[in-house]
Ligand binder design. Structure first.
Ligand SMILES: C[S@@+](CC[C@H](N)C(=O)[O-])C[C@H]1O[C@@H](n2cnc3c(N)ncnc32)[C@H](O)[C@@H]1O
Length: 261
């Protein structure tokens, strides 16, 4: 059986893969940097705030928050390759820095941060309660925790999405929309904002659908250079995911929690 460290490394590798980039684009969450900035606004981020970005991947969100809100952002990410990429891509003027670390055991000083964000990653953490406790530890009293993530109703994940693809889409161990509120509350945060951004999943599906249709048409025209049998099943999967969003079984929500004194 895979150890926890191996599972985390495997998860990090998956998000550094071309498949993740192809499906999700540069930011590995629905809504891109527009939704990151919306989260920052809901949190009331201010110039000079010291912010942690938990599971910062290639650093796009950390850099955007630094640029837009003029705060200092420290990105923490499990994947070493992603941390190297983020550090290398940050311009000299960037307000973002990056370290390798585990969100469930943060290598950061207690009470040293005004705010923390965690986008599309809590759903992946093996011990979510521990990650929330760690976030509470690093924030000062009154500090804000901005969380955005995939929500799923119990039993809604179809068999064909239970493997790697379901994980890339952050579905396999996502909570319900109310589940994140309970998680934050139990970890010492009062939830002050919650916002349904599920429409952003539909936008990703629209984009993937048109990229895929173009690719399959090209394959047919050119006689096919790669085996596209797997890809030919994708329209069915996309339709299934779309149906789940429409039925309210799958979603993407933003939350802001305020650390209780
Ligand atoms: C879906 S991506 C989201 C990345 C980024 N927050 C964004 O929205 O673009 C999930 C990220 O979580 C990272 N991750 C998973 N478990 C982690 C952990 N325990 N500690 C730190 N990072 C972790 C993965 O390596 C991956 O980069």
């Amino acid at each position: 059986m895979q150890s926890e460290a191996e599972a985390k490394a495997c998860c990090a590798d998956l998000y550094q893969s071309d498949m993740a980039k192809l499906i999700m684009g540069d930011t590995l969450h629905p809504g891109g940097l527009g939704l990151t900035n919306k989260l920052g606004r809901l949190m009331g981020l201010r110039a000079g705030d010291v912010v942690a970005d938990l599971a910062s991947a290639r650093g796009e969100s950390a850099q955007a928050l630094g640029r837009v809100f003029r705060c200092s952002v420290l990105g923490v990410e499990f994947g070493a390759q992603a941390v190297r990429h983020a550090a290398g891509a940050a311009p000299d003027s960037s307000r973002a820095r990056f370290v390798r670390g585990d969100a469930e055991n943060l290598p950061l000083r207690s009470g040293a941060f005004d705010a923390a964000v965690c986008e599309c990653s809590m759903s992946l953490f093996i011990n979510k309660a521990q990650a929330v406790a760690e976030t509470a530890r690093l924030l000062r009293p009154g500090g804000k925790f901005g969380l955005s993530d995939v929500t799923i109703e119990p039993g809604a994940l179809p068999a064909e999405l239970q493997g790697d693809l379901g994980q890339v889409l952050c579905m396999t161990s996502a909570l319900t929309a109310g589940g994140y509120v309970d998680l934050l509350d139990a970890g010492g945060f009062t939830v002050t904002e919650r916002l349904d951004a599920s429409v952003e999943i539909i936008k990703i599906l629209d984009e993937v659908e048109s990229k895929l249709a173009a690719f399959l048409a090209f394959q047919k025209m050119s006689g096919g250079v790669t085996d596209s049998r797997q890809l030919e099943r994708s329209p069915e999967l996309i339709a299934k995911v779309r149906e789940m969003v429409t039925a309210g079984e799958l979603g993407y929500w933003l939350y802001v929690g305020k650390k209780r004194p």
